[in-house]
Design a protein. Structure first.
Length: 503
């Protein structure tokens, strides 16, 4: 069912168009957003079900065969990432019903959100480098406007840093694409893989690989290119930050995995140690930054950086088990981190602050919120039997089997620091007694409507529930990620599916 590939692009596009046409009605835009997110989730689930057995679906747009035309390609990895995007999209659409104010909605929040989903899904499904660049730019434009929507000073400052560094990444990406096309004459992933396999030019491959690595590393917030993220992601509303944390950096990691398992595979002695070194540095710098923070959103933003290091670790080891662990880890951390940001947004709504020193005593008033936060935080830290444990256990096991003891030691130490920072945050927000002046503040939750409470709580319960279920049902998910890892390590199936057996 190749037509399933186009639905994750068409559904958010049509949702964005309809929301723009309904711009005079906030209620209509909100419910269009939820309906579009539900439809996107259904299409994504059907797509994953179609390729879960190991098949690869290819759609040649306009009837032009690859490598001359635009192709959409879905293997197990890309279909899993599209389903992840749809799950987070559904949670954010429901959460936004109450979390996004009327002025932001009037100025295009819903259309921008779904354009962002379209860009993310396009990046996951595209089969050539130039269109990957195009989808990256769609994401950049939509995310930049979402970041500044509201016009607050902190948002504008953060957005300037965000767009400046991402434009630099886009420039390097475009230069790399131009070099490849000038030397090879094609930008189709499968065709590039075949031609470089037939005539690998070491200087061309390594130089271009570094250009792409830096471009994707900036977008994924890899050390030393991470500095923009903690200064940017904490400024928009929690709904926007949650979708940024769950998807945008993961698109950068996905692009690395696709390019460095399909195209730049001829000098692993050069690239794999680089992945491992930067993985360790990314983990350490991110978690140290998190431990030093006293504000919830900045603390969680530094943890985004730290967790990207685990994904690089798996790809640096580059075995089937390691890549399987990386894929599982990406899915787990996107869901857990999005849940934590949504909970943080709820705390900001009811207490008016996310500064740890100004919070406290929330467990007594909001016990369900405390349980949800604790489950998501412990999952992020890798405590069994939650999803984070199986993600990190798989990566550590792969590292030990590959005799990569240094990165394993770093990963374990960072896991302990992650647990420390998460328990510190839970203690400050929920366990300690509230200060007298804070305790005297009336809770905003008491004046919220029942509908507002439901629309805010349901997405948090959904995402935390998925995190718990991923831990309980880890085995079938790991079987799926192993299938995805096998396809990455043996790209001949991908190449044959796209090129139809042609050389």
């Amino acid at each position: 069912m190749n037509w399933l590939l186009i639905l994750p692009l068409l559904i958010p596009l049509f949702t964005a168009v309809l929301a723009m046409l309904a711009r005079r009605s906030i209620a209509a835009q909100n419910w269009l957003s939820v309906a579009g997110a539900l439809a996107m989730f259904g299409a994504a689930a059907a797509l994953l079900g179609d390729v879960a057995g190991g098949e690869i679906r290819v759609m040649h747009l306009g009837g032009w065969e690859a490598p001359f035309g635009i192709v959409l390609v879905a293997d197990v990895l890309s279909a899993m990432m599209v389903l992840l995007s749809a799950l987070l999209g559904l949670a954010i659409a429901v959460y936004s019903l109450s979390a996004i104010d009327a002025p932001r909605t009037r100025f295009g929040y819903v259309p921008l959100l779904h354009v962002l989903f379209m860009g993310v899904n396009g990046a996951f499904l595209t089969g050539d480098i130039f269109n990957l660049y195009v989808w990256f730019e769609v994401m950049l434009i939509a995310s930049f406007v979402l970041m500044v929507l509201g016009g607050e000073k902190a948002q504008l400052v953060g957005a300037v840093k965000y767009v400046t560094i991402n434009l630099l990444a886009s420039m390097l990406f475009l230069i790399g694409a131009g070099v490849l096309y000038g030397k090879i004459g094609t930008l189709n992933f499968a065709d590039l893989a075949v031609k470089l396999m037939q005539n690998p030019e070491a200087e061309l491959v390594n130089t271009t690989a570094i250009l792409f690595f830096v471009a994707f590393g900036i977008k994924a917030a890899v050390f030393p290119f991470f500095f923009w993220l903690p200064d940017s992601y904490h400024v928009p509303p929690a709904a926007v930050t949650a979708i940024f944390s769950g998807l945008l950096t993961k698109v950068g990691v996905y692009a690395m995995m696709r390019v460095f398992s399909l195209i730049f595979v001829y000098d692993t002695a050069f690239m794999q140690p680089l992945f491992l070194v930067l993985a360790g540095l990314t983990m350490v710098v991110g978690v140290i930054g998190a431990v030093a923070q006293g504000e919830m959103k900045r603390l969680l933003s530094f943890h985004i950086v730290s967790q990207i290091g685990y994904a690089l670790m798996g790809f640096g080891i580059f075995t089937k088990l390691a890549i399987s662990g990386t894929i599982y880890f990406i899915v787990h951390v996107a869901i857990a981190k999005a849940a934590l940001f949504l909970i943080t947004g709820y705390i900001a709504a009811v207490r008016g602050s996310t500064e740890l020193k100004r919070l406290g005593g929330m467990l007594r008033e909001f016990p369900l919120l405390g349980v949800l936060f604790l489950l998501a935080a412990l999952s992020l830290a890798g405590v069994p039997p939650l999803s984070g444990f199986f993600a990190k256990f798989t990566l550590v096991k792969a590292g030990l089997e590959a005799s990569q003891f240094t990165i394993v030691a770093v990963a374990l130490a960072v896991g302990m620091l992650t647990l420390f920072s998460m328990t510190k945050m839970w203690n400050e927000v929920f366990w300690k007694e509230a200060s007298p002046e804070e305790g005297a503040v009336a809770s905003a939750a008491r004046v919220m409507t029942k509908g507002s409470l439901v629309s805010l709580m349901l997405p948090m319960i959904l995402l935390v529930g998925v995190t718990v279920l991923m831990g309980i049902g880890a085995e079938p998910i790991l079987q799926l990620t192993e299938r995805a890892a096998g396809q990455l390590l043996h790209p001949d199936q991908y190449i044959n599916a796209v090129l139809g057996g042609r050389p």
